[in-house]
Ligand binder design. Sequence first.
Ligand SMILES: Nc1ncnc2c1ncn2[C@@H]1O[C@H](COP(=O)(O)OP(=O)(O)O)[C@@H](O)[C@H]1O
Ligand SMILES: [Mg+2]
Length: 418
Amino acid sequence: MTLGHDTHGANPDDVRPVPRIAIQAFCETADVAQLLEATAEDRRMSRAHLKIQMGGLPAAVEFYASAPTPNLVLVESRGRAEDILSQLDGLADVCDPGTKVMVIGHVNDVVLYRDLVRRGVSEYIVMPLNMFDVVRAIGELYEHASTPLGRTVAVLGAKGGTGSSTVAHNVAWAVGRQFANDVMIADFDLAWGTAGLDFNQDPTQGMLEALNSPERLDEVFLDRLLTKCSDRLSILAAPALLDRTYDQRENDYDTIVEVARSIVPLVILDLPHQWTSWVRRQTCEADDVFLVATPDLASLRNARALVDALKGARPNDAPPHLVLNTVGMPKRPEIKPEEFAKALELETHVTIPFDAVAFGNAANKGLMIGELDAKHAANEAFTRLAMVATGRKEIRKGKRGAFDIAPLLAKLGVVKAS
Ligand SMILES: Nc1ncnc2c1ncn2[C@@H]1O[C@H](COP(=O)(O)OP(=O)(O)O)[C@@H](O)[C@H]1O
Ligand SMILES: [Mg+2]
């Protein structure tokens, strides 16, 4: 009898690299801890971050009561079926949406397996396992997913110069720093993009090379075009050269975004202030839209038009998240943030104060606000937006079976993987 997936004796040649995900493991036995340590060393795991600790399910439940959950939680259990199931319910209560859970067990028990599936566990694998079995099981969770690994967030300014790129970069940084989540910034402002500058990098390749080689564009190629800014954050940089013009067609970026979201859990689209067919397409297709506006009439008019256009184009999605930037600029007459949001019929908004010194210094030094001044008021806004960006809108929902079970259902043939 084989339960879950027949991972035993996986052929190393069939094992695919694991994407840039954060994995945390809670082991009960030294055997499994050693197995996972060896797994973490494998080259197929080089993009992923695997942290290993002891304590099994109870330690996981306790740990995540006060910490955000990573993309994948791996738990070993030697317990009886009832104990495993009740502890998993406890874990579901503290899991963020989108987090997957995989259980490493010691008994081949079909009833337990079914109950685990019903609880939303993505995979149950049974010892003894070798390193390739584990790498393959993790890789397959993402390969067979009916939804792509990565979320996309489009960041668009209501006018030019509202600070939309500044917001995109600081939010991405906060995601990498505070949620230990891997994130990519895709700079779509080919002629003038500042992602490289803002992170004090001097990229020699990036978005343009990806655009120029659609036939070569796969995970490995895109990975090579990225500029790593930190352990968690990478950018697909704009050339920012004027030796040619940049006239993209509506679908030119589709594959780039698709491949990007298959290797990184979050892709932030730093869009220029334009309304071309491709900007509209990328904005409409994104999981979330951040609309960055300054508190003035032109921004309000444009924001209104954008909110309406998006409502028409994506009636089943949440409206954009309004970010009011440079609020409180001395001597400038401003529309109050609450009135601005009300005029757009938006229930929530985030405000970022005007601070010429902090933002000017950050930009000139190639630093993020959080690096320059961890106590700056703007950081709170960036953290809130980072939470939305990673899909943690309502943290700690306390809902049972909150794990992402789509991949498993697809594998079982209950729903079709798309
Ligand atoms: N809250 C703020 N206070 C002061 N200056 C800001 C603020 N936000 C952004 N800036 C500055 O505004 C300028 C334009 O920002 P940028 O992000 O390039 O705008 P956009 O991408 O919308 O064109 C930059 O010099 C940036 O440092
Ligand atoms: Mg910009």
